[in-house]
Design a protein around this ligand. Sequence first.
Ligand code: CA
Length: 229
Amino acid sequence: MVARILIVEDELAISEMIEIALTNVNFEVIKAGDAEEAMRLLGEMLPDLILLDWMLPGGSGIEFARRIKNRELTQHIPVIMLTAKGEEADKIHGLDAGADDYITKPFSPRELIARIRAVLRRTAPHTESEMIEVDNLVIDTASHRIMVNDQSLELGPTEYRLLHFFMTHPERVYSRSQLLDRVWGSNVYVEERTVDVHIRRLRKALTPYGHDRFVQTVRSAGYRFSTKV
Ligand code: CA
């Protein structure tokens, strides 16, 4: 699964430079020119990380960071703030508002990519490994195989992608539209009820092993993969 980065930056030259650098190392990039556009995009899709410029028109980056961190469906998305040189107060405010890291302009693409990878490793440690194991449920992304208690488990392609997404993003709530976006893709038109159908199939496949309990319904919010009750 390719990591998706949302860039929120009003200066076109900078956001294009970042886009080229990130696309070159196979990140998927989405851009917003201000906080409003970014907020609207977040209603439609879910990034793995947000690069947020401190100085934005129509509201500071810090307000936007606070809004993200106050909403259940976006609060887990890591944020790296882009700040101007030497503005120590900005950095402190940014970290107070929930930013996970900051990088000072001007920065090199290499430095930016290293920071992004470090934050992703910390916040979603499983996205780059091939074998993911949760309580004897093992997904081998290299061979697309799933094992439960050392037995092979056959899943349909959508259930496989759903389980893979859940296992790489555990302990967080995702709405149906967020799951549609990440598992089905943003360009596919599918009704939200489709998610429920595939959740049911996934649970049914996991039921003989008792692992269906990990696929949890969160009332009026969506679904969560969790090993906790
Ligand atoms: Ca700016």
